[in-house]
Design a protein around this ligand. Structure first.
Ligand code: HEM
Length: 237
């Protein structure tokens, strides 16, 4: 066992690992939201951005592999910590003695599993086109360097997807759960880092809530905005 594996196998190592992978995943969530908000700028902005990402070629696969590794590590460490906590608890809690930290960590497991289920569904929906193939298989013709090329019309896929209320409901529920997960995750991140003080803990909690609500609301605005016709006007019906 390497030193790194031994560190992750220790309780504090696993907690720090959860915190670090959580921070990296949060960066992805922020970056992905910024990319998605281009929908408010219209078809060209979204499709240029998608084409730029695709144009990264092998680098895109490096980023994808990194993201997947971080995601898997986050889940493995969560399972490890959960098992350890359960083993350490020789006597179960009395029914009326469930403390706040236990409730929060139960929420984390539940909301975390929902976010995982959402990501799998989301990949099948928008990346692989398995769920709604007709909506996924849309292209547009653009002139690039004087030559006409055909590229994936990501804007049209998103707009047509969210004109169907069933997907809007799924995404809104998932984004509320993501926000809850982020809120508790960010709070426990500060605890792991030892940032706990009666003077500034309430402010930290408020900032965590604000960040979680802002991210959740930013994502929710897209499906709801499309359904209500506030954005996506360029998309063909
Ligand atoms: C309203 C909410 C969201 C919208 C509109 C959206 C949109 C998209 C689109 C259009 C793609 C495919 C891009 C392409 O194939 O060119 C994509 C991929 C992806 N999304 Fe989202 N997304 C949303 C929320 C999320 C959330 C909350 C997460 C994570 C928690 C997430 C994780 C991913 C991942 C991992 C990919 C695959 C990236 C890749 O292909 O490398 N998405 N998303």
């Amino acid at each position: 066992m390497s030193r790194f594996q031994r560190l992750l196998a220790s309780s504090i190592g696993a907690k720090v690992g959860m915190a670090v992978t959580g921070i990296l995943l949060s960066f992805f969530v922020i970056g992905h939201l910024m990319g998605n908000l281009l929908v408010y700028q219209g078809r060209q902005a979204v499709n240029d951005y998608a084409a730029f990402l695709k144009g990264l070629g092998p680098w895109l696969w490096v980023v994808r592999a990194g993201l997947l590794s971080v995601f898997v590590l986050h889940i493995v460490l969560a399972i490890q910590l959960k098992r350890r906590n359960r083993a350490a608890r020789t006597v179960g809690y009395a029914k009326d003695h469930v403390n706040v930290a236990t409730v929060a960590s139960r929420y984390m497991v539940l909301t975390g599993m929902c976010v995982l289920a959402f990501v799998l569904l989301h990949l099948a929906h928008f990346t692989l086109g398995w769920i709604d193939p007709a909506t996924h298989a849309v292209t547009e013709k653009v002139i690039q360097g004087g030559v006409e090329i055909e590229r994936h019309d990501v804007y049209q896929m998103v707009v047509a997807g969210f004109r169907q209320p069933v997907y809007v409901v799924i995404y809104v529920v998932a984004m509320v759960l993501l926000g809850t997960h982020l809120f508790h995750g960010l709070q426990s991140l500060f605890q792991t880092l030892g940032v706990r003080h009666p003077g500034y803990t309430p402010t930290i909690v408020r900032v965590c809530r604000l960040v979680a609500v802002a991210l959740s609301a930013g994502y929710i605005s897209i499906p709801v905005g499309v359904l209500l016709g506030l954005t996506g006007a360029e998309g063909a019906s």
